[in-house]
Design a protein around this ligand. Structure first.
Ligand SMILES: [Zn+2]
Length: 425
């Protein structure tokens, strides 16, 4: 999972940019012409959240001097403008897989998409239609659920976003205004841009968008920005020439995607494909029919306090069993399981290379780690499969091939191949 650009602020005396501090979720901004060339090491501050006192007050009377009603002119759909903010509908012509409204803040990012090999590709189709369905969930509003058994790695659904918008924006620098007043004005300005983008959608898409949850109703976010801050998936359209540019990052809102709730025990992975301009969701472990799909809005390999702090800007108070039952031991597990799984694998390999079976203490530690990771809901993460394959190998070297095969069957083919490679050493 990619972390955002928001924590990179290092140098003073740079342009100021407002943004949420989210991994999954993004915010948006004003992108006036004079502020466009923001250096990658700009000062980036998260937007406020919760109840913000300034949001209740009207801005100082002179604010209209610093606010400009956005204007735009129609250009050819293939235009890639490197100097102006663009409102675009993508792909064109429509291919039957839907379309997205995209507020483009850097021509490079549009170029990356429209020049991607295969663009405009159809979106990939899952094995069955409607493998994920929306249902009401007590305490969560709505959620997305599986309608059938799904294997690890399978595509569950892919969709073109309803709206893609910039993830961060220059804060309007107004002398005499408090930092919060500057943010409030900047959000007002950005909302005006978002309103144009929303107005370009069909009535049914507008309705679907405005029906999404909004956890930012008391911090000064406009109704569209509030939904974006609550539901946006971060898309990184960075290129090799300019990987750190803040203008590479966007928030994407999907009609199904934005119904997926958070858990610190995620059971899906998300990808964004430029060629088909689609959000794609894959099972990260075997799923049973009727399971709710969960994505983690926060970095999961931290303790519960850090996760709570990272989730707060989303208005999410996680009630997953990892949060409710968190202990110092579970915090430690989240911080160490990646290294621990790798270390145990290396220790077992060292035994095998010498024609020995796995050291009993190492073997016992592997079985304990397996139990702990399942209890903590981390059994969709890649290190878990490294662990399973190491246990499989250990059983085989211990002369118990049937047990080894049972473990091997739980691993994806790619990981099984890794075991075969290991055994050939
Ligand atoms: Zn949690």
């Amino acid at each position: 999972m990619k972390r955002g650009f928001l924590l990179r602020a290092q140098e003073k005396k740079q342009k100021k940019i407002s943004s949420t501090n989210a991994v999954k979720k993004g915010s948006g901004p004003d992108i006036s012409e004079q502020d466009r060339k923001v250096p990658p090491n700009a000062i980036i501050t998260p937007l406020s959240f919760g109840v913000v006192a300034e949001a209740e007050k009207t801005l100082p009377e002179d604010y209209k001097q610093f606010y400009s009603e956005p204007k735009y002119q129609e250009m050819h759909q293939d235009t890639v403008d490197f100097d102006h903010l663009m409102f675009t509908t993508i792909p064109q012509p429509e291919d039957g897989d839907g379309y997205s409204e995209w507020l483009v803040q850097d021509g490079k990012t549009k170029a990356k998409v429209v020049r991607a090999p295969g663009y405009p590709a159809r979106i990939p189709k899952p094995r069955l239609v409607n493998m994920a369905i929306v249902k009401e969930v007590p305490d969560m509003g709505f959620g997305l659920f599986t309608s059938c058994d799904i294997m690890r790695g399978e595509l569950i659904f892919a969709e073109r976003p309803l709206l893609v918008s910039p993830r961060g924006f220059p804060t309007l620098d107004v002398p005499g205004y408090t930092q919060e007043q500057q943010r409030q004005l900047s959000m007002l300005q950005f909302e005006a841009h978002l309103k144009i983008a929303l107005g370009r959608m069909s009535a049914s898409k507008q309705k679907a968008f405005m029906a999404l949850a909004n956890n930012h109703t008391e911090d000064g976010s406009g109704p569209i920005l509030g939904i974006i801050r609550t539901n946006g998936y971060m898309i990184d359209l960075g290129d090799d020439d300019d990987p750190d540019s803040v203008f590479n990052h966007y928030s994407a809102m999907g009609e199904l995607a934005s119904r997926i709730n958070h858990s610190c025990q995620p059971n899906i992975k998300q990808e964004f494909d430029c060629a088909s301009f689609s959000l794609q969701f894959y099972a990260n472990r075997d799923l049973k029919a009727g399971e709710q799909l969960f994505y983690s809005y926060c970095y999961i390999n931290t303790g519960v306090a850090e996760r709570r702090a990272e989730l707060a800007p989303h208005g999410v108070v996680c009630k997953c069993s990892s949060c409710v039952n968190a202990t110092p031991a579970s915090d430690k597990l989240r911080l160490t399981y990646i290294q621990e799984s790798s270390k145990l694998h290396q220790l077992a390999l060292a035994n095998w290379k010498q024609g020995q079976k796995t050291d009993p203490k190492v073997f016992a530690a592997m079985l304990k780690l397996e139990r702990d990771m399942i209890n903590e809901g981390l059994h969709g993460e890649d290190p878990f499969y490294t662990l399973l394959v190491t246990i499989a190998g250990s059983y085989k070297f211990a002369g118990r091939p049937t047990m080894g095969d049972n473990y091997l069957k739980r691993c994806p083919a790619k990981v099984q191949g890794h075991l075969i490679h290991s055994l050939c050493l």
